[in-house]
Design a binder for this molecule. Sequence first.
Ligand code: PEP
Ligand code: MN
Length: 361
Amino acid sequence: MNTQALHTYIPNLKQEEPLLISGPCSAETKTQVLETAQLIREKTNTHIYRSGIWKPRTRPGQFEGIGEAGLEWLKEVKQKTGLLVTTEVAKAEHVELCLKAGIDILWIGARTVANPFSIQEIADSLKGTNIPVFIKNPINPDIGLWIGAIERINKAGISKIAAIHRGFYPYEETKFRNIPKWEIAIELKRQFHKLPIICDPSHISGDTNFIKEVSQKAYDLNFDGLMIETHIHPQEALSDASQQVTPQQLKTLLTDLIIRSAPIKNQEVLLQYREQIDSIDHQLLELLSKRMDVINGIGEYKLKNNITIFQLRRWENIIKTRINLGDDLGLDPHFIQSILELMHKDSIRIQNNIMNIKKKL
Ligand code: PEP
Ligand code: MN
């Protein structure tokens, strides 16, 4: 996939500098949009001003956005502040109106990314343009849907693409409004090295108290930028009131964040650490291979003596003893449990292979 680095099309963004997108969840009134933009411009080094004008609300009857009128307000923000402007599009009609109004960047929301029909409709309407499109992760933790949406937009001829990580819908009560599942964003980066990834700590947090910690984590994981919802009077916001910060709070939050760069003189130390990790991983893999040899033996034995693969008491005992041992060694119990579950799953797969599949051959 051919995607461009952000600094090649965002003026004033330096090569290693994180991109900053801020602005309200929704455009509500002309005054709110313009005053928020002015303050953001004065207090922060925001590159792109965001504001939703068509709002995909989960339930009907809530504020569904100001609609087309908001495009004029965004145009005025651009003229008065010089900020680039972006808004969310969910269908071809939105794209056409934004292109006509000269909106600089489009973003596609989490609910839309979950629907390939909608994404294809948007992709078709983008053909012949190369307007930047930022693509949020789908609400469900399906990396395939996220990649699929990015590919559809890219195939339409758009190379100015960035992914936005906004977390995933939790099915249970959690600290965050949306579970970050950082590993999914990391896997996206692993598969598409050149694709910029921006973190949206506002929709992950759902609460202004957590925005700083989520933003710092994104910086520490080398994300390419942040999108932070900012409103002149957050408590009066018609959508996402509890997660929006004021321009002043945004300023404070940004000055508190630490951008870790890698000084050349420390590279040597890092290389030594990496060598240690390489060597330990090698030993771990050798041990896992030995463990698998034993599991093969157990499978053959159980087959010969007609014993079931799964033995509840033994499994409970393994979990208990290993978690205790791990605890003594300073290892997190959840981490140990996850590793044991993975090993056990593969052990069952191998034994099943011996007892049921090989047997039939
Ligand atoms: C938004 O950015 O305001 C929004 C609706 O986000 P998401 O699509 O991530 O829910
Ligand atoms: Mn929002």
